[in-house]
Write a new protein. Structure first.
Length: 249
């Protein structure tokens, strides 16, 4: 039995897991991949569950570990996962709390509401594109005009992800397989490597290296197109930490 179940291999999820470890709170963490699980603190009070779960599997996990509350620390753009977590909590009668990532200023950016708008904007502009959206959105980027020649994809350094990129038609030499978040200098290096005139990113907050991306784009004098974050409500990290401390048995 664990007091808390955290969903998410995000920076915030890892920070909260570390806090629980230091506070003596028995915690389970559900992450999608082995890679994400390997980044979590290694401690006897942290129990890691690896693998992508559907709604029924989430409900089963919540019942099995008999947790007192669930913290949704998944990525802000993982809206389907969040909906499944909410439904699982409702089905099991478990308190649900969303760990909210603070918004950043979007000055000097071009905002896009969804991927359809992103592809339209990219097809209308010229020059190479450095996508920092990761691999999930790559299928939609194949709709960009001349994507094979123009789009460079920065993705996680996993063999299955790289092969997925090439299966979609992206040139192997246009794939930057590295783990972030990246410094300003690393972003500049990747902009120069790709010859990009446009950087494509998400409003991923400070934890996702968003400020460093925008600064690098500004230094290089290129445009930044930002896939806007879905609207949501939640609690800050400090509020969540106070919450979990207050519910200890």
């Amino acid at each position: 039995m664990c007091e808390l179940l955290i969903f998410g291999g995000t920076t915030e999820g890892r920070e909260l897991a570390q806090f629980c470890c230091e506070s003596g709170i028995s915690t389970a963490v559900s992450v999608a991949t082995e890679y994400g699980g390997g980044l979590l603190p290694q401690h006897k009070d942290i129990h890691v569950f690896t693998g992508r779960l559907d709604n029924a599997e989430m409900s089963g996990l919540i019942k099995r570990i008999d947790c007192r509350a669930v913290i949704d620390a998944t990525h802000p753009y993982a809206t389907e996962v969040t909906e499944n977590i909410k439904l699982a909590c409702a089905e099991t009668g478990t308190p649900y709390h969303r760990l909210f990532r603070s918004n950043m200023s979007l000055e000097d950016c071009i905002g896009a509401a969804d991927m359809n708008e992103v592809t339209e904007l990219l097809s209308r502009c010229g020059g190479n594109i450095l996508s920092t959206l990761g691999s999930k959105e790559l299928p939609k980027l194949t709709a960009v005009k001349d994507f094979r020649e123009r789009v460079w994809a920065r993705v996680l350094p996993a063999e299955n992800i790289v092969s997925f990129c090439t299966s979609l038609g992206f040139a192997a030499e246009h794939i930057i397989a590295e783990k972030g978040p990246f410094t300003v200098e690393q972003n500049i290096e990747h902009i120069k490597l790709s010859g990009a005139e446009v950087m494509l990113t998400k409003e991923s907050g400070a934890a996702g290296g968003f400020p460093e991306k925008l600064k690098a784009a500004g230094i290089c004098g290129i445009r930044a197109i930002v896939l806007m974050r879905p609207q949501e409500e939640g609690s800050t990290m400090e509020e969540i930490k106070a919450l979990v401390c207050g519910m200890r048995r």
